[in-house]
Design a protein around this ligand. Structure first.
Ligand code: 13P
Length: 281
């Protein structure tokens, strides 16, 4: 059933687990997440990136909303990483009740005023907003330690940012990266603990693909209630089709769609169990 992200994350925060937010592209992805969440009685979040939404338009949005609503477990639909106020307005108008107003590439002040404006807009429509402070990289390559630290969330700034913007959830940058970790992931848990001391809203960690179980657990202990996952599920899907392309199989397309769904579902199920949300629906 379609539920608010706020309800999902408040419950996760109260009972010390996290909800997986999975970046999806199509029907197979939606079925993979719904099937995995239902099989494990877990809440889950369907996430969509603005360029995917642009490609799929209202049919894709309707598909995700309907997939979440017809699930037997609580699910929400969330617009991920959006820095365009027009797209946020369009998503809200279409029924998406949860957005990441991403001003992280702007200066602190510009990020604050963008987030404040988007939060007021979303709240007026009964929707909730995630913001990002610090800048999550695409890769760790080529950055010095000082450069990495400069991009991380400053706990004092985070407190001020949340107070002034009125945002509902905060994505933190503590060494997490989008995409593959090219070396052993290193998360700054001291920094996360300081952010937690300053704030009591649900925290979000992006770049959960490739994070080991111990880091996931520690992040949850320190207040992370939502993990974003894209790469691992997407790679599994692409790997399926790559392998299919190498065979001269005459398999029916529908069988392939089902098999690619199953492949993604396995990854989603692993994440759900890792995040501790199984049985929490
Ligand atoms: P990964 O691609 O590293 O899983 O990160 C996804 C993400 O954070 C989307 O916002």
């Amino acid at each position: 059933m379609l539920t608010s992200t706020q309800d999902l994350l408040e419950k996760a925060q109260k009972y010390s687990y996290a909800v997986g937010a999975f970046n999806l592209y199509n029907l197979e992805g939606a079925k993979a997440v719904v099937n995995a969440a239902e099989a494990d009685s877990s809440p889950a979040i369907i996430q969509v990136l603005p360029h995917i939404l642009k490609y799929g338009g209202s049919p894709l949005m309707a598909l995700f909303l309907e997939a979440a609503d017809s699930a037997t477990v609580p699910m929400s639909v969330h617009l991920d990483h959006c820095e365009d106020s027009a797209v946020i307005e369009m998503a809200l108008a279409a029924g998406i009740q949860s957005v990441l107003a991403d001003g992280s590439k702007f200066s602190y002040q510009e990020n604050l005023s963008f987030t404040r404006e988007m939060t007021a807009l979303a709240h007026a429509k009964g929707a909730t907003v995630e913001a990002e402070i610090g800048r999550i990289s695409g890769t760790e390559d080529g950055m010095t330690v000082a450069e990495k630290e400069a991009k991380m969330t400053d706990p004092g700034q985070a407190k001020e940012f949340v107070e002034k913007s009125g945002v509902d959830f905060l994505a933190v940058t503590i060494g997490n990266v989008h995409g593959q970790y090219h070396s052993e992931p290193r998360l700054d848990f001291e920094r996360l603990a300081k952010v937690r001391q300053q704030l009591d809203i649900p925290l979000v960690l992006h770049g959960a693909s490739g994070l080991p179980a111990l880091m996931i657990r520690r992040s949850i202990e320190l207040g992370v209630c939502k993990f974003n996952v894209n790469t691992e599920v997407r790679q599994k899907y692409l790997q399926f089709w790559r392998e299919y392309g190498k065979t001269d199989s005459q398999r029916d397309l529908l069988d392939c769609q089902k098999a690619s769904t199953d492949a993604m579902q396995e990854v989603v199920a692993q994440k759900i169990r890792l995040f501790g949300s199984a049985g929490k629906a």
